[in-house]
Design a protein around this ligand. Structure first.
Ligand SMILES: [Zn+2]
Length: 462
């Protein structure tokens, strides 16, 4: 059996409240031992990887990823999306159901499981749709989806507007102990908005998207969770009031949870006006490290790589998301990796699709915005990428306990590097972070005991 000893790293396993310099022994795709026992039990033929000075943690999980298969393989495929995940330090992803056809039936779930088995670099879990064809009109067969193996349901990309339908979804999902995830967007308020409604939308002449467009549905979800006892998870939170609503609901003991994406706690709506405006207004604190030594990244106004759903908020919104992450109100970090082709994004701001890629930058940006400014300890940050999503979704992942699947991420929280388009593993290039000097990077990604990043050959020398 294959044996691998990760020697001398700082092992952080929040699920077991473990944080110490230790060895990790992997045998036959499972964690055999952590700590003193690891070296003792290590067989003579074991491959040894010196990870001194690096962080060794349970494989990171991203519970919000668009792999675009089936139907949109020009944007991304299971193979390319999971390669990007491995590069970013992720060993498991949850793919969203807004594909073509949408993942609203057991057949499509089976198709993705099968392709993932053949082509994926990391574990792929599937989120099913709440409603048929994500049309918001009729419930999808939630019980059959659960039987087919979905780990949650969501109409992500869309939002169930009919409150009665959402109530039934929560009631059904509760019977199957499934998490209901919601992309919170009130269509009547948001209408055809393309960016956060405030000073910059007016200055740029772009149609505004009021924060209440998100907050209204967060409030709705909290009320329905209380009414039904169902578990609701609010996706990609972007507005200050949403965080406040969630905080109050949790104080009342409701089964609500939330997630945040790096772009929402790094950028603001000023970025849509171009880099100059962003750096002079809201971007000052981002490159606190090595300031002056580097040139700030540049981009023009109306750059469609700054168009996402929900849109970038104000500096106050960004602050509130960071506070929510720091005080535990928001328990999950994720990317909302949403690849789009160049030709789709290279149009006027109004017409471009919403979304950016994120798998390869999310760990770095999270470290830069949360760990390096001391808002979160490394252990608390890792928990939001491991044990927290695993518990919400009921995945047998997110820990380095003996006997667990050997999904392990090794990263360097200090390593400075520049994100370049030529190195991305994703099929699409719609990231606003190209040319950014980032701090913190995945060094080795191990799935079931096998190195998926960097590829075996590249690490042979180490
Ligand atoms: Zn969404």
């Amino acid at each position: 059996m294959n044996a691998l000893l990760l020697a001398g790293g700082r092992v952080i396993d929040p699920a077991n409240r473990f944080d110490a310099v230790a060895d990790v022994l992997i045998i036959g795709g499972k964690i055999r031992a952590v700590g003193g026992e690891a070296a003792l039990q290590s067989p003579a033929h074991a491959q040894r990887l010196d990870v001194k000075g690096l962080i060794v943690c349970p494989g990171l999980i991203d519970m919000h990823v668009h792999l675009r298969e089936p139907g949109y393989s020009a944007k991304e495929t299971i193979a390319t999306g999971t390669a990007a995940a491995a590069r970013g330090g992720f060993t498991s992803v949850v793919c969203m159901p807004n594909t073509s056809p949408s993942i609203d039936n057991p057949g499509t779930v089976a198709l993705i499981h099968e392709r993932a088995t053949q082509q994926a670099a990391v574990n792929v879990y599937v989120a099913g749709a709440i409603t048929k064809n994500i049309a918001g009109e009729e419930l999808a067969p939630i019980g059959s989806l659960k039987q087919a193996g979905v780990v949650a349901i969501t109409d992500d990309g869309h939002c169930v507007q009919n409150h009665e339908l959402m109530r039934r979804a929560l009631e059904y999902a509760r019977m199957f102990d499934l998490l209901v995830m919601d992309h919170c967007q009130d269509y009547s308020l948001v209408s055809d908005g393309v960016m956060h409604e405030a000073y910059w939308s007016t200055a740029l002449g772009l149609r505004g998207w009021p924060s209440a467009g998100e907050e209204m549905v967060v409030a709705r979800n909290i009320l329905l969770s209380e009414m039904t006892g169902g578990r609701v998870h609010c996706q990609h939170l972007s507005a200050a009031r949403s965080v406040q609503l969630l905080r109050e609901a949790k104080k009342r003991g409701l089964l609500v949870s939330g997630e945040a994406c790096p772009h929402h706690f790094t950028l603001t709506d000023a970025a849509v006006a171009g880099s100059e405006k962003f750096w002079e207004a809201d971007g000052k604190a981002i490159f606190g490290f090595g300031a002056g030594a580097q040139e700030l990244p540049c981009w023009p106004g109306y750059d469609t790589n700054f168009k996402m759903n929900p849109p970038l908020g104000s500096a106050r919104d960004r602050e509130a998301i960071l506070e929510g992450l720091a005080d535990g109100t928001i328990e999950v970090l994720c990317s909302d990796h949403a690849p789009h082709c160049d030709y789709e994004k290279e149009v006027e701001f109004d017409y471009a699709p919403f979304g950016i890629t994120g798998l390869e930058t999310e760990l770095s940006l999270s470290l830069m915005q949360l760990y390096h400014p001391r808002l979160l300890s490394l252990s608390d940050l890792i928990a939001k990428f491991t044990v927290a999503p695993a518990r919400l979704l009921g995945l047998p992942k997110g820990t380095l306990s003996a006997g667990a699947d050997a999904d392990v991420t090794v990263f360097d929280p200090e390593k400075q590097w520049t994100f370049e388009q030529v190195t991305t593993a994703s099929k699409s290039f719609n990231s606003p972070f190209y040319g950014w000097r980032l701090r913190g990077k995945a060094v080795v990604t191990i799935v079931a005991g096998e190195k998926r990043w960097p590829e075996q050959a590249e690490t042979a020398a180490t």
